[in-house]
Design a protein around this ligand. Sequence first.
Ligand code: ADP
Ligand code: GN1
Ligand code: MG
Length: 374
Amino acid sequence: MTQRNPESIVSLFATEGEIGSVTPYGNGHINDTYLVRDKAGEEKYILQRINTSIFRDPALLMHNFASVTEYLRGIIAARGGDTERETINLVPTKKGETFHLAENGDAWRLMLFVKNSVSYDKVEKPEQFYKSAVAFGNFQYLLAGFKADTLGETIKDFHNTPERYRQLTAAADADVCGRRAEVGAELAFAKDRIDFIGTFERAHAEGRLPLRVTHNDTKLNNILFDRASGEPICIIDLDTIMPGYSVNDFGDSIRFGATTALEDEADLSLVHFDISLYELYVKGFIEGAKGGLTEAELSFLPDAAIMMTLECGMRFLADYLSGDTYFKTSRPKQNLDRARNQFKLVSDMEAVIDDMRAIVKKYAKAQKRKVKFT
Ligand code: ADP
Ligand code: GN1
Ligand code: MG
């Protein structure tokens, strides 16, 4: 018989001890996440149903996931770290597989719960954002030796911004929900930036922006912090690790973190780009990357903050036009609010781009690197 409910799915994995409860957990927009406790109420595992309408090839995804975490475990062990906390540990199924593929096509994985950990949807203390920057910069640095050609592309053209613009215009043309008339200003906002949108693809074609192994979803709630010390422990949400541009990992963190509001705040008077948080992140990311970024990459950091914010806004808008089928929503117009929120941040950043560049210059100089902006 097909096993569908989360409790019965857990029983297919090689768990230890008796399972107590399985309850929904976290604020991710994509997968269904559950916290698995034992009979004594202790947090033991995280169970996830991978969203297979988004991740079409769960076997490929889990191949990436397992090989990257194994590689990281080797590095963590070599430096005497805690391999059960500093990276994700998959719990195999009783058949020894990295995930369970149900008869209905659902793909499930089980991971050790990282003890005493917490993730944040908003920066609570500036120091925390700085630390997350060091952690994400360092994550990229650690993966620099990983063979990029062994990783499959889990979502094609994931951060190909011109392609995201094409998807937006296709969604507007199709207008399946009759929402296009409502978003004329937002569509024009994206169209006005059509030349900028191609910046990274052009730089890559000209050999100025290399492909590296990148995380591709570096928002603050994809880092687990230690509840007691406040230190970042573990980078999670590894579904989109694949070859990409390093600067986009920087930009995506700025998009989500260097702001005065949550990502779906509908009152735009509360949404402002916070350049002091940006500065802390620049400092941390450059330090964490330990000189691994080229001068061209350093020069693209400010543009990447705008690029990822604009791209994410376009993705939210396309999803709104398509009937909210991609990002989870909990209220009507949430994706439209998210899109407007992101576009507000884009405008704020554009207004201070020279300051954003001066900040990169300052921290690059601390590493004796020169940065030229073209
Ligand atoms: P999504 O792709 O839907 O964002 P995530 O993998 O980011 O899913 O997980 C959602 C949330 O679950 C995270 O923000 C985090 O709070 C929590 N989480 C995920 N994995 C673990 C883990 N191994 N230990 C503790 N908490 C976790
Ligand atoms: C999704 O899975 P989650 O919630 O960490 C999305 C990101 C977006 C983000 C916006 C696979 O991230 O690309 O930037 O929402 N992940 C995927 O909050 O599309
Ligand atoms: Mg997540």
